[in-house]
Every structure is written in C-alpha cells, then in structure tokens.
Design a protein around this ligand. Sequence first.
Ligand SMILES: [Zn+2]
Length: 335
Amino acid sequence: MPVVQHRRTGGGLVSFFTPIDTYSQNQIKLILGLINRRRRWKKHHLCKATWAFPAVMILLLLVSACGSSQPAQSPNALPVVATTALMADFVRNVGGDLVEVTALVPPGAEVHSFQSTPADSVALSRAVLVVSNGGELDGFLGPLIQGSLSKDAVHVVAAGPLLAAGETDPHFWQNPVFTIKYIEIIRDGLIAADPENAAVYRANFDSYKDALTKLDFDIASTLNTVDPARRQLITFHDAFGHFATRYGWEVTAFVASDGGEVSPGRVVEILEQVRDQGIPAVFAEPQFRADVLQNAAQEAGVEVGTIYSDVLDSEVTSYIDMMLFNAKSLARLLR
Ligand SMILES: [Zn+2]
C-alpha cells in the first residue's frame, strides 16, 4: 500500500509561478543580497526624506518605513475583524497603527472545527472591515456575518481570486507568493473601508511585500540544505500542498485538508513505512493532539518535530516567524 494519502504534483494554479526549487543556492544568495540591498536603500532614503515632509506625514512614514518604534495606537483606529491569527497578522502589517484587529479564532486553536461565541458577533457588529481566508477554512464566518455585520462594512475574502481559479486547498499562505496575493486583497479592502489613508496602506503593502519576497528566498535557501531524497514532509493534516509545490517537496498527510479524524492504526501503518524508507522524522502540528503520533513514532524509532500550518502561538508570533521556524525545523531534522 502506498504511504501517500495525498501527494501534490505541480500544475493547476501554481503553474503561473516558477517553483523556487529550480534556483541554485548561489542564485538564491545573489537574489537575497539584492533584496537586502534594496531594503537598506529604501529604509535609509525613506527615513531621511521624512524630514522634508509636514509633521503628520513624518509620523505616518516613520510608522511604515522605519518601523523602529511603535507609537501608541490611535483611539480612532479602524476596527477590523479577521477570522484567524494569520489573517490578523497580514492586516496589521498592511494597516499598521491605523487598524485595531481582532482575530475570531483564539491563539493556538484549531480553525477547521472552530465554534463561534456571542463575543464574535459583537466584534463583527463593530467591524468596518472583515477579512476572511475563504474556501473550506473559515466557513463558520458565513452564518455569523448574517445579521451581525453593519451594512456599510467591507468584507474581503483574501483567497478569493486563488479559489476562483479552481484551486481547492485553502492553505495558500504556505506559499509566500500566494501570501502576496492575499495582502493585495487586504490592501484594497483597507482602502475601500478607509480611502483617506490609501497612501499609507499602499506604502505599508510595499514594505511587507518586500519582506515576503525575502522570506520566500530565505525559506528556499534553508531548505536547499536538505538532501533532495529526504525532502518529504510527513505531517498530520493536509495543509502543505502549496508549500510542497513551491519548494519541490513531497507531502504526506494522515488526514485531509479539513483536519478530520485519524485512526491510530493508520498512524502506525504510515510510520512503519516511513522507517522502512529511512525518513528520520515526521512533524506534529501544535493545534492537533500529538500523543498517538508520539507513541507510534517512538515505537518506530522516528523523531517527531514541530511544524505550523494554521495557527500562531507564543513560540511563533507572526507569519514570517512561523514560516522561518518551519523551514529550520525541516532542515534540522531531515538534513
Ligand atoms: Zn488547515
């Protein structure tokens, strides 16, 4: 019986982009060097340029370009609701101090089985902008919005265009190129809800887009240290298909992308095959119980690492931290 329950090959939506694993380590180093030089140039020149601007622009540009200090949030900050902590992080990066973001799914909680509370309806009723992922991920929002959302509020679905292109796996952020598509939608949502500050949202977007481009190459650079024969991510739920396509990995998941139940028998069966193939580690996701996996892995002599799919917690507090943590975790245990 094959190990793989769900294996991604290329094609589909991702074929619009070059998989980054076609770059050599030297090319990646060169590109990272260029990105870093451009960021340093922008930071230096934008910070210097602010002295020529009126006082209010100085404050706004310092927030978006220099980013060294975090002024207190304005009492007039735009109330935004995002379904998950990752979505909230994207909104904070594009909205900066002009927004006050509430994530409906609490830190570390599993999104696919999330049950809303009355407090969520209250937050939604105050929101000027609502940001969801879309697809199978945060379908709980649909019934909640009915009757809670003010008629003037803007709702954007970050994965909308990607889903409309026919891709069904909703975990698009596992490929930073797709995350750039998300933040375009979020930028446009912020501008629709608060057109007066459009220039700030555009500037913040540009900075964060640069950071995501750098992230993409940093991940590729870290993953390039893994022997191609060991580029196999075996984890709990099927959330890493877009990651796999981008970086040239194979993914095996115990359960489908909506995070359903897994039988202990299935775990043991997969781990035995993992051991037979000489793969040294499998990966648990913090939001799913790992005891069955831990026990079976110990039995099979396979290590269990950590990988983040859908949540942030005290260990990884931002999307960029999460993606770098994952790349380092894979490289350390599979190298
Ligand atoms: Zn998921």
